[in-house]
Write a protein that binds this ligand. Sequence first.
Ligand SMILES: [Zn+2]
Ligand SMILES: [Zn+2]
Length: 207
Amino acid sequence: MAKISPKSKAARPGAKKSKPGIRAEAQKASGGFTELEKNILLSKGMSAKQIEKLAAQGVQGKKDLKHIGDAGTLAELAALPPKVAEQVMSWALGLTATPAKDSIVVQAGDVVLCVHCNAKQPKDYKSGDLCGACGKQAEPIMACFWCGATGPGKFCRQCGAEFVPTGELELGILLKREGLPKHEIPAQLRSMSQAEKDSLWGRARRY
Ligand SMILES: [Zn+2]
Ligand SMILES: [Zn+2]
């Protein structure tokens, strides 16, 4: 009769729900690395244990990794395989994140400047168009080394040959006489050194 069911703990209205302190605790266990940094380190091939070890050595974040400065030291410090240490270090130093500078070069070759007034031609410019600023033909008229036709642009409209620089027209003609195929002559001229061109000029003058 006196046995009244003991108050169940679960029934207590004041029961504490999970507190938001747990995450912070977990973070503390592996040093000052943020969740993101930890995940990155894991993705670079480190184990959670190695991260803890690193933290125990006083490495508390990316900043400290930078301070270590090289993969060899890091590998020793955290007993990491060299390859993993290298990957971690190149991330910490930002080596992989740096895009090659010369990939930013904006197609300078596509910009056409008027040979008469130097005005930049619009995007929809086509070879042979007149300059919007001065009304003359924006590109120089080139002579074809192969068939002798003239016209603007990069290629001959008569025979399809790629124009060579005006100053090298005679060299192009000479190479044609010497039997080089049409499509190889412009490339040949581009690949020649100044000395080679000079000796070619010597031959060109004999004709
Ligand atoms: Zn112009
Ligand atoms: Zn031609």
